[in-house]
Design a binder for this molecule. Structure first.
Ligand SMILES: NC(=O)c1ccc[n+]([C@@H]2O[C@H](COP(=O)([O-])OP(=O)(O)OC[C@H]3O[C@@H](n4cnc5c(N)ncnc54)[C@H](OP(=O)(O)O)[C@@H]3O)[C@@H](O)[C@H]2O)c1
Length: 331
């Protein structure tokens, strides 16, 4: 089989190599990966990961072999891998935290992967592998942010920043839950696309530099109930300024970096809660898929690249011209 390896030198360091097919040990399953998707994290990992590491957390395909003792997964099942192979439920353990696909453990940019049987979930009914490959990181992170803290209720208002993978799933889930949605983008064209997905209010953060004030205006000066904060240090202060008293900020991303001057006084003054969100557990993934099944949600896929064009898929994500998810078809 063929697998991509990172050499720690960026996207140009991706190498496609012929290697032996892996076989499942007891408790493991082998999955033929039919599709993967990219996340912003994968751009960071391309700079950091050492040689001999297979990248990407997100992939889906068919179970082609099972190890001894596996009873709840069958050959032929359509599955997606879970971001943390050993975070099944409850609080994440340090051991599970240290086994993240495409980070501390080998990932999915491979023709066949071996995973623990508890590290895969059935894909939503009728979903293709390309669609299912969008779920493990971006979708589950958005779901966790909206459901696992103070759950978003119908009629509340949710703020999404930008039109990347997490934010677009966040918009779709928030609409599904009956919430009002406000989304920002640097592009009017992308904002138009968000309107057709059901966004109630759109704000161009490139031309509207005080976008927090625009959010306050759109909420009669009250602020939003929940923010999916993917911007990090450069946006957190403004997110705090436009969240209602006792509202919640799901701290997810660092698109603008980690060094900045967010005012903790505002956190206290507005009685805000900030909750760090790191993807989610297998239990959350299963519940998310049930909600997807029942509500007929489909992912927003920007572009699909061939397996041999995986480096181009990375470059496309890096260009930030995409909306939603960038997918790689393995076959
Ligand atoms: N904690 C977790 O578990 C977790 C999980 C997934 C992702 N993340 C993090 O969340 C962030 C987003 O990840 P992703 O995979 O969704 O990224 P992505 O798909 O690459 O999204 C990139 C988009 O973000 C928007 N953006 C960039 N700078 C912005 C800014 N200053 N303000 C508002 N929007 C901005 C742009 O949208 P426009 O072109 O529309 O402006 C850009 O196209 C990353 O920092 C990632 O590491 C964390």
């Amino acid at each position: 089989m063929r697998a991509y390896y990172l050499t720690g030198t960026g996207i140009d360091g991706l190498e496609l190599r012929d290697v032996a097919d892996p076989a499942p040990l007891p408790g493991e399953v082998a999955v033929r990966v039919d599709a993967t998707s990219l996340n912003y994290r994968d751009l960071m990992m391309a700079q950091r990961l050492p040689n001999e590491r297979i990248p990407l957390s997100d992939g889906a395909g068919e179970v082609v072999a099972i190890g001894d003792g596996v009873t709840d997964v069958q050959v032929g099942d359509q599955v997606a891998g879970t971001f943390f192979s050993h975070w099944v439920d409850g609080r994440i353990t340090p051991e599970a935290h240290n086994a993240a696909l495409g980070g501390s453990a080998d990932g999915m940019l491979s023709e066949i992967v071996v995973l623990p049987a508890h590290g895969v979930v059935p894909v939503p009914a009728g979903w293709s592998s390309q669609q299912a490959a969008t779920l493990p990181c971006a979708a589950l992170t958005a779901w966790n942010a909206l459901v696992e803290g103070a759950p978003v209720m119908a009629g509340q208002t949710v703020l999404l920043l930008g039109t990347g993978g997490v934010s677009v799933f966040g918009l779709q889930f928030a609409k599904m839950m009956g919430a009002r949605t406000i989304i920002t983008s640097s592009s009017d064209d992308k904002l138009q696309q968000m309107k057709s997905l059901g966004a109630d209010v759109t704000i161009n953060y490139g031309s509207e530099l005080d976008w927090d004030k625009a959010v306050l205006d759109a909420t009669d000066g009250v602020g939003v109930d929940t923010v999916l904060e993917v911007g990090g240090a450069g946006t957190l202060g403004k997110s705090m300024a436009c969240t209602r008293f006792e509202g919640q900020i799901a701290l997810i991303g660092i698109l603008t970096g980690t060094a900045g001057a967010a005012n903790p006084g505002m956190l206290v003054g507005r009685s805000l809660s900030i909750r760090g969100v790191y993807v989610g557990s297998r239990r959350m993934f299963t519940e998310m898929n049930a909600a997807i099944d029942r509500n007929g949600l489909t992912p927003v896929i920007d572009q699909v690249f061939a397996y041999e064009q995986a480096p181009d898929a990375y470059r496309h994500l890096d260009s930030q011209t995409h909306v939603g998810k960038v997918v790689i078809a393995h076959s």
